[in-house]
Design a protein around this ligand. Structure first.
Ligand code: PPE
Length: 304
């Protein structure tokens, strides 16, 4: 990813992609305290638009606040910087990655005295779990690793070091031939995917696992709004892994994953083993919204 043409916004200015580097003694590299975001920009008839830019940027600031990391730029400037990065790289659609991290000004567990740096990159990124996955659904496996307890890493923050847990789960699942991992919480209830939120459909009702240890996904919020608009009843409650086994449909939601149907969990075929009708309706509405074909949701699109 480092050897590319293009520009990255780094501490307030656009720098050539290959020059956006940091020292090996960067505090966050050693101690894992960095907060980041993932957004997508989509091509629309009115030009490129970043989806829910304000909500994602606010979550970045919230993540930093939770870990008492002072971000040197305000919300509006960070929003404009993300637009600038997409424009500077001439991207029609892309994935955007802002990250705030402690630099190499000091070592030792305490970050006091280390400077907070902010970088924003953007690059083309297709279907996170594969085009086939978006169409036919994916096969997932319940991880032997649990999602962190809510008093271990803070679940409302998108914290880099949280993803060591996700990596363990994802490596375990993919090494056994599955496409992604599902994580349970420390009490054994369903939490979320390694990089996604989970939804299931049963008897026409959309369910999500009560959000405790899981990230409060913005795509998740989009799905809930779409369900409301489509008149699909929605319930948030504790779910066990076998609730998923006997569901009619299941899918992941996420900025990278978008709306990815799940056709199997732990070798149990879910429903008819393909993208279900409710999932298809929600997925289609999602892609209409991000492509600017749903004027009611224009407030979610930040045109460049
Ligand atoms: C653990 C987790 N849970 C839920 C979500 C969905 O959140 P939201 O994007 O706000 O709907 C994500 C985003 N996962 C990022 C992973 C990308 C990557 O691999 O890096 C993403 O979708 O950008 C998570 O990482």
């Amino acid at each position: 990813m480092s050897d590319r043409d293009g520009f990255i916004w780094y501490d307030g200015k656009l720098v050539p992609w290959r020059e956006a580097t940091t020292h090996v003694l960067t505090h966050s590299l050693h101690y894992g305290l960095a907060v980041f975001e993932g957004l997508r920009a989509y091509a629309t008839e009115r030009g490129t638009a970043i989806f829910r830019l304000r909500e994602h940027t606010q979550r970045l600031l919230n993540s930093a606040k939770i870990y008492m990391m002072p971000i040197p730029w305000p919300l509006e400037e960070l929003m404009e910087a993300q637009k600038e990065v997409v424009r500077a790289n001439n991207l029609e659609s892309c994935y955007i990655r802002p990250i705030a991290f402690y630099g190499s000004e000091k070592m030792g567990v305490s970050p006091k005295g280390a400077k907070v740096h902010v970088a924003i990159a953007a690059w083309p990124w297709g279907a996170y779990l594969g085009e086939d996955g978006l169409e036919r659904g994916i096969r997932i496996k319940t991880a032997s690793f649990q999602r962190q307890h809510v008093n271990v890493t803070m679940p409302r923050a998108k914290l880099s070091s949280t993803y060591a847990n996700s990596i363990l789960a994802n490596m375990e699942a993919t090494s056994q031939g599955y496409d992604e991992a599902l994580l349970l919480d420390t009490q054994g209830f369903v939490a979320e995917g390694a990089g996604e939120n989970l939804f299931v459909v049963k008897d026409g009702v959309l369910y999500e696992p009560e959000i405790a240890a899981a990230l409060t996904g913005i795509t998740r919020d989009t799905v809930i709004r779409i369900a409301e608009e489509l008149g699909i009843p929605f319930v948030s409650r504790r779910l066990t892994r076998d609730d998923i086994y006997i569901a009619d449909e299941a899918f992941f939601s996420g900025t990278a994953a978008e709306i990815t149907p799940i056709r199997e969990l732990d070798d149990r075929v879910i429903g008819e083993g393909k993208r279900g009708p409710v999932t298809a309706r929600i997925q289609q509405r999602f892609f209409d919204i991000v492509a600017g074909r749903a004027p009611e949701y224009d407030h979610w699109l930040a045109y460049l």
